[in-house]
Design a protein around this ligand. Structure first.
Ligand code: FAD
Length: 471
């Protein structure tokens, strides 16, 4: 819990999204003393906010209280790439092996449904978050990526989802977006893009309108399990405590800073560069009119989006994992990774050579050992959690909110029956094995990507790093 609190005036510097959210970022009052609530939530990001929103919509009489260490949206929810993804970051094959074909289908339908659910809820609440359902394009940039495209397509056919996707050749891809070196792509119709900052800050305001209470600059230092029905669980802070009928741990990557959850996730840094506004002439060259979210088949992950105000966001993993799962503001920026991302923008879109990058940032996302997220609620201890989205949390956290509200209220439905409910991921290895394994894999994937791009020969899939990273 040793993170330094940034100066409140500095919250706008966390990301372009918080800077342009159009909201007053002055922290709300902190909790002092002891209070009672029906539901107490650690963390005011999408998971906590969607959970509160659903609880309050179903039962407006509930007292729902947030304890947020910084401000609403300070975490990944105020920093992400804006993808509202219609899938988890675990493959259909992995889900089918773990939960059977029917379980995989139920999960994938539910996550795809969350893309629309986000759009519907923000329209209902009048949150203008630049939401656009423009689809996704996953591009093979070079011959070395064509086998991965082929495998992606076959996996969509095997899982029965191909009807929502289209396979495009180089010309079909260029009709949508003109990307240097693109030989083909898979277009998916069920993806959307959003302004993450407007979404998270607007959602926090909506929760307050529905009666939720948000305490900011209030760090939870301890979670007290209950023994219901006699002893209720609680969230403890330096200066106070909330005792509640149910507690929700919605801190994603930061949950690793709570001792009992230290190895439940890996805080993996994802970093972003954002261009200055692209000129109309360059947009005419590039296309990209539908604001599709965009990625390639690189092993070390890239993701792009086009902002509503005409900038290109380019994000990627690869920033080094820090020994002991450390999370610090200084890790939000990494010169090597940000430099590489800037080079990628120019390599993908050569007409943008020399464009300025006014904003760079990053943050930790929560990665479970088996890549599969968890929505959980234990009736006896009164503790619930939604976590482990591995970079696909914008839609999945909305689903988590609806699932957790159902579990807490005892309102059984098809979502509370999803196999992700009470799923237990194995813990990560203790240090130094965790650091050695993760750093080896990160560096090997970066090297493999560089080599395959240079030679045009695809990765074999048999290297140790590829087998470790397979998901
Ligand atoms: C750079 C980046 C890019 C990403 N891009 C995408 C994308 O394009 N699409 C996508 O779907 N997903 C993406 N993700 C992942 C997605 O943003 C997250 O999965 C999602 O926002 C998680 O929401 P959350 O509410 O669970 O956690 P968070 O948004 O991280 O919120 C957790 C909150 O808990 C607070 N907190 C932590 N510890 C404590 C404590 N002890 N006491 C009180 N409060 C505490 C934090 O301050 C924070 O506000 C990205 C993540 C990152 C970092």
């Amino acid at each position: 819990m040793a993170d330094q609190l940034p100066d409140p005036a500095g919250y706008a510097a966390t990301s372009y999204w918080l800077e342009t959210a159009g909201d007053d970022l002055t922290p709300r009052p902190a909790l002092r003393g002891e209070i009672d609530a029906d539901v107490a939530i650690l963390g005011a990001g999408y998971t906590g906010l969607w959970t509160a929103y659903e609880l309050l919509r179903r039962d407006p009489s509930l007292k729902v209280v947030f304890l947020e260490r910084e401000i609403a949206g300070f975490g990944a929810s105020g920093r992400n790439g804006g993808w509202v993804a219609s899938g988890l970051n675990a493959s259909s094959g992995r889900l089918a092996r773990r939960f059977g074909q029917a379980g995989m289908t139920a999960i994938e339908d539910a996550v795809a449904g969350a893309v629309d659910a986000v759009g519907v809820a923000i329209a209902r609440e009048g949150i203008d978050a630049d939401y656009a359902k423009g689809g996704s394009l996953t591009v093979a940039r070079g011959p070395e990526q064509l086998p991965a495209l082929e495998e992606h397509w076959q996996s969509l056919e095997r899982s029965g989802r191909a009807a929502h996707y289209q396979r495009l050749d180089a010309a079909g891809t260029a009709e949508r977006i003109r990307i240097e070196g693109a030989l083909g792509s898979v277009y998916g119709s069920q993806y959307a893009v959003v302004h993450p900052g407007k979404l998270v800050r607007g959602l926090a305001r909506a929760v307050e309108r529905h009666g939720g209470l948000i305490y900011e600059q209030t760090a939870v230092t301890d979670v007290e399990a209950g023994a219901l029905p006699h002893l209720r669980p609680a969230l403890r802070t330096e200066g106070g405590r909330v005792r509640a009928g149910a507690v929700v741990l919605a801190g994603e990557a930061y949950l690793t800073q709570l001792r009992p959850l230290h190895r439940s996730l890996l805080p993996l840094y994802s970093l972003i560069v954002l261009t200055e506004p692209v000129s109309d002439g360059d947009w005419a060259t590039i296309g990209w009119q539908a604001r599709e979210v965009l990625a390639s088949y690189r092993l070390s992950v890239d993701y792009l989006s086009r902002t509503a105000d005409g900038r290109i966001l380019f994000g990627g993993r690869g920033a080094p994992y820090r020994f002991g799962s450390r999370i610090e503001p200084a890790f939000d920026r990494d010169a090597r990774t940000h430099g590489l991302l800037r080079e990628f923008v120019e390599a993908w879109f050569p007409s943008l050579r020399g464009i300025g990058f006014g904003h760079t940032w990053g943050g930790p996302l929560g990665m479970p050992r088996d890549w599969i997220p968890t929505f959980s609620f234990d009736r006896r201890s009164g503790i619930g959690s939604g976590r482990g989205y591995t970079g696909h949390g914008v839609s999945t956290a909305n689903l988590a909110g609806r699932v957790l509200a159902g579990l807490i209220l005892g309102d059984e439905n098809e979502l509370t029956a999803l196999p992700l409910v009470n799923h237990r991921s194995p813990n990560w290895e203790p240090e130094p094995f965790r650091w050695i394994g993760v750093r080896f894999t990160q560096e090997s994937l970066l090297r493999l990507d560089a080599r395959t791009a240079r030679t045009g020969r695809p990765p074999t899939g048999r290297s140790l790093a590829e087998r470790i990273a397979d998901h």
